[in-house]
Design a binder for this molecule. Sequence first.
Ligand code: ADP
Ligand code: MG
Length: 248
Amino acid sequence: MEKNNTKVHVEHLKKSFGKLEVLKDISMDITEGEVVVLLGPSGSGKSTFLRCLNQLETATSGSIIVDGFDVTDKHTDINKVRENIGMVFQHFNLFPHMSVIDNIMLAPVELKKMTKEEAHEKGMQLLARVGMQEKSDVYPPQLSGGQKQRVAIARSLCMNPEVLLFDEPTSALDPEMVGEVLNVMKNLAKTGLTMIIVTHEMAFARDVSTRTIFMDSGYVAEDAAPSELFTNPKNPRTREFLKRYLAG
Ligand code: ADP
Ligand code: MG
């Protein structure tokens, strides 16, 4: 049985695209408040894994339970799942023709989670939290990449997600903007929100994660505390990967 504080339960997850087997057999449990960083070479299945968690991809087999909802059960209301599990992408996916605050209010109002007034109030609080309150009426094309990503994070938070997924949230940013986004994420991590983050920012991963998972060719190759994984990797593939990244 699942414990109450288990936020994500994955059992023997497999995902293929045609003949290409991308996720080969993944099992893991993630507990409330964990900040999990997923590392791994390009093509190892990190994005596919995150996308299976919120049903942007359908698992080929295995089961995924997020906050008590069986994501892999056809009868589960997928909108309920997506209310509980937010996602921040590499490319911010903000609506360019809507102001910052309207972008943030859109989902909670459309899904009738909040009235417009409630969503506005919460949206403004969240913009303050990511240092963007002054930009509430601006349109996304007028923002820098780092600002857009901070708005995208506020937008995800406005749905009160139980779990927040990040897929390389700083990879599309100019280097001078990476820090402001990582700072917002670092502060979020301290609030006890359960987060799963794909990133290549090794210093951030080491500082902020409570657990680091190294994925290789569709498997979990190593799953350890960051202090352990970064200083004493057990798997030769992890060692090789870190050597390449930390040298670079
Ligand atoms: P990562 O995020 O670790 O770089 P991905 O999960 O994006 O890896 O991709 C893993 C593998 O799955 C890659 O070989 C990629 O080409 C393939 N893949 C991902 N999405 C699709 C798709 N929709 N159709 C076919 N192949 C895909
Ligand atoms: Mg990816």
